[in-house]
Design a protein around this ligand. Structure first.
Ligand code: SF4
Length: 210
């Protein structure tokens, strides 16, 4: 734990403002934004969701939307066809299976329930739990998987093993900041191609043979 806490302290200093970069106003918007974020940047998602959330402010409106209208709104994102299908189907499921009757955008707050929604896997569910509900969870994406290995925190490419290992290495109260600082480190410094090793505070102990 000493090694992992030292790494976390350094990451906190490197990225004191690490946080979710997706823009949202409520848990429904967060769920849609995260669902759209695969294979694109948060910046591009934010551009698209500005218009999308104006047109479809609740799951009710999105569940009634036509495929073509939603597709035209999000087509600048990667995987737009499948994302269009998923977010319409997901909204239908929110209305049909999870509507509490007194909330316009009821989103379930357990991993099991979240993962029944179309297009929602474990990573997305963990983001919603952690970011939306403040329930401790670590969402492992491609950045976190890569940097966790390079930093020597884990030796695995299996995202489930990485998640479980990180959960053991860090205090539950730190999981939110562990997720965001590792993510920022992977996005802005220890990139997949051309990592900026010359300015990396971990270069002496890096596991990457570069
Ligand atoms: S030395 Fe380079 S590859 Fe290693 S952790 Fe730092 S930035 Fe990443």
């Amino acid at each position: 734990m000493e090694k992992s806490n030292n790494i976390l302290n350094t990451l906190r200093k490197l990225f004191p403002d690490a946080k979710c970069e997706l823009e949202y106003h409520n848990i429904y918007e967060l769920l849609i934004a995260v669902s759209l974020s695969a294979q694109t940047t948060d910046k591009r998602v934010n551009i698209v969701t500005k218009q999308l959330f104006k047109l479809y402010p609740t799951p009710y409106e999105l569940s009634k939307a036509s495929y073509d209208d939603v597709y035209n709104c999000i087509k600048s994102l990667g995987l737009a066809q499948i994302k269009t299908k998923n977010i319409i189907a997901l909204s239908n499921k929110l209305i049909n299976d999870f509507s509490s009757g007194n909330s316009e955008y009821y989103v379930p707050n357990t991993r099991e329930e979240l993962m029944t929604l179309p297009g929602v896997g474990r990573k997305t569910a963990n983001v919603i739990l952690s970011e939306g509900f403040k329930i401790p969870a670590i969402a492992v994406d491609t950045h976190i998987a890569r940097v966790s290995n390079r930093l020597g925190l884990v030796k695995s490419n299996d995202v489930y093993i990485i998640e479980q290992t990180l959960m053991k290495l860090f205090d539950e109260s730190d999981w939110y900041i562990v997720h965001h600082t590792l993510l920022f480190f992977g996005r802005y410094l220890c990139k997949a191609k051309n990592p900026e090793c010359n300015r990396c505070p971990f270069k002496e102990n890096c596991e990457e043979n570069i």
